[in-house]
Design a protein around this ligand. Structure first.
Ligand code: IMP
Ligand code: MG
Length: 179
């Protein structure tokens, strides 16, 4: 696996530090958290981010998982986003925080935001570990971003290429040969 890595973009230490900060920013943004916080995490890419983030958020919260498919197999450009696993939880009156790994074209966040907004939450915000600002359209709002990165395909820390490399503890760029 290591031989497929061209370069480490964000180290384990940088991730730890920034995620701790981000958790603080998120908690501070909710002045009245009274047990109504529901995190809706987009599978599979955001699982590692979620696990690290919530352990720095010492507040009462519920966790829900949703699946959106947009990258078929070895594709590195997303196609139309589709909800393939939904949640049954009642979101009325909840403060919903959408958690995803990366904001790329924005199709995923746009879809999930509009789907969840229809379910009567008290508020909706979104947090992504990464953002490709050169690609993300202005109308797709993400309130909390860990790192802005260049427009290149990355893997690790939950993110995959053909469902591999999610277990890398850092964020990296693959070699030409590995793709
Ligand atoms: P969007 O809908 O184009 O914003 O794409 C968002 C989804 O595509 C994310 O949830 C990721 O799962 C995936 N994705 C986007 N860019 C990358 C990347 O560079 N590496 C791995 N997955 C990516
Ligand atoms: Mg994803």
């Amino acid at each position: 696996m290591e031989k497929d890595i061209a370069r480490i973009l964000i180290s384990r230490e940088q991730l730890d530090r920034r995620i701790r900060e981000l958790a603080g920013e998120i908690v501070a943004s909710y002045p009245a958290l009274d047990g109504h916080l529901t995190l809706v995490t987009i599978l599979n890419g955001a699982i590692i981010f979620l696990a690290d983030l919530i352990r720095h958020m010492p507040v009462k919260m519920r966790l829900e998982l949703i699946t959106v498919s947009s990258y078929p197999g070895k594709a590195t450009e997303s196609v139309e986003a589709r909800l393939t696993r939904d949640i049954a939880a009642d979101l009325r009156g909840q403060d919903v925080l959408i958690v995803d790994d990366i904001l790329d074209t924005g199709k995923t966040i746009r879809l999930v935001r509009s789907e969840l907004a229809r379910r009567g939450p008290r508020s909706i915000k979104a947090a992504t570990l990464l953002r490709k600002p050169n690609k993300a359209p202005r109308d797709v709002v993400v309130e909390f971003v860990g790192f802005d990165i260049e427009d290149e395909f990355v893997v690790g820390y939950g993110m995959d290429y053909d469902n591999h490399y999610r277990n890398l503890p850092y964020i990296a760029v693959l070699t030409q040969e590995a793709r």
